[in-house]
Design a protein around this ligand. Structure first.
Ligand SMILES: Nc1ncnc2c1ncn2[C@@H]1O[C@H](COP(=O)(O)OP(=O)(O)OP(=O)(O)O)[C@@H](O)[C@H]1O
Ligand SMILES: [Mg+2]
Length: 352
């Protein structure tokens, strides 16, 4: 049984124009960490706010742990939903100590239990020694852990986090992805994390929900989302890719494209006339006797790899985009060089 269930949720802020969230349905299991991933304005925050109760859907229903939170006839107020929310800017009270901040949602608890719970959650987030400090005396990552501790203190059924990593620099961001997931797992909490960063989503979640223009594009585990994107939007949003159109071979195992024949990872279930392929750049491997040959058009040094743009020889259509390929950094490749490469079928996907 699903723990959180959104059924056909729509939110229109005005009668004109398309809804901010459009017919969204989603089921989340207990203890699962799910991220909502999509470009700016696609409706991520609006979805989170409707679950939290800060916004009412125009139509649709929400259930948490079997209980109706929102239906056509009623909407439970935010404080009765058993939800902990971590805001993008953490929203800590600057004039209160860390302990007081964490205690904030526990006003109905007995004094002794309150103190015990604050100690517990500060231990959980590794900040037990900071109880008497003020938020301004903590680093960004520590402040975020306080915000998470405050959300977890009343033992919510669900924790919602809006862009939890966006205020952190690259190094701290990576550490916090790891810390936040660990804390959520140890607290055994069901969580929904909103982000526009594919790396955040892949690193922290069991499943990722990719949204665009208020509509869910795909729901999948990170690996599956990357390997088998459903459509061109998802393929491009979760990583770099080459999109090629072509015609399916009679054998259902390969596609004829302007760069030549490209093998599919597995036989297609149906014969399709015109198809689009997504080929990840790391799926193209430089090789002396490679099946595809071309001239290097551009080299971009990326640190762990170099990105090459290669114009294929057999290309009939000169307006077609060059192939994007990742080459090892130790390999000397210059603009104008002739290279050949193979394509790993596992990094090829048919997309809509
Ligand atoms: N209170 C509001 N009144 C009118 N329109 C709104 C309101 N809140 C959001 N919108 C609109 O709804 C759409 C979705 O907004 P939302 O904040 O959910 O996007 P988002 O995916 O969280 O984007 P970002 O990544 O920029 O935070 C946007 O077009 C936005 O302008
Ligand atoms: Mg937002």
């Amino acid at each position: 049984m699903s723990f959180i269930q959104l059924d056909n949720i729509t939110k229109s802020f005005s009668t004109a124009g398309r809804p901010a969230v459009d017919g969204l349905s989603l089921k989340i299991k207990e203890g699962e960490i799910v991220s909502l991933l999509g470009p700016s304005g696609c409706g991520k925050t609006t979805t989170l706010r409707m679950i939290a109760g800060f916004e009412n859907p125009t139509s649709g229903t929400i259930r948490i742990d079997g209980a109706s939170i929102v239906s056509e006839s009623n909407a439970l107020p935010p404080e009765k939903r058993g939800i902990g929310m971590v805001f993008q800017d953490y929203a800590l009270f600057p004039h209160m100590t860390i302990a007081k901040n964490v205690m904030f949602g526990l006003n109905k608890w007995k004094s002794r239990e309150k103190k015990q719970r604050v100690k517990e959650v500060l231990e959980l987030v590794g900040l037990e020694e900071y109880a008497d400090r003020f938020p301004s005396q903590l680093s960004g990552g520590q402040q975020q852990r306080v915000a998470l501790a405050r959300a977890l203190a009343p033992k919510p059924h669900v924790v919602l986090m809006d862009e939890p990593f966006s205020n952190l620099d690259a190094g701290l961001r990576e550490k916090m992805r790891f810390d936040v997931t660990n804390i959520l797992r140890r607290a055994n909490t069901t969580a929904i994390i909103v982000t526009h960063d594919q790396k955040d989503a892949f690193a922290v979640s069991d499943r990722v929900v990719v949204m665009n223009e208020g509509v869910i594009q795909q729901i999948a585990a990170p690996k599956e989302m990357y390997r088998c994107p459903k459509n061109c939007f998802v393929a491009q949003f979760v990583g770099k890719t080459n999109l090629l159109t072509g015609r399916m071979d009679q054998d259902l195992k390969s596609i004829h494209t302007h760069i030549g024949r490209v093998a599919l990872p597995e036989e297609s279930k149906e014969q399709l006339e015109k198809v689009t392929l997504s080929i990840r750049p790391e799926g193209c491997m430089l090789s002396e006797q490679g099946a595809y040959c071309g001239r290097v058009d551009r080299v971009t040094y990326g640190g762990e790899y170099q990105e090459l743009h290669v114009r294929l020889h057999q290309e009939q259509d000169l307006t077609a985009a060059p192939m994007m390929i990742y080459a090892p950094v130790e390999q000397d490749v210059e603009v104008g060089t002739l290279v050949s490469f193979d394509i790993k079928p596992e990094l090829v996907a048919l997309v809509e």
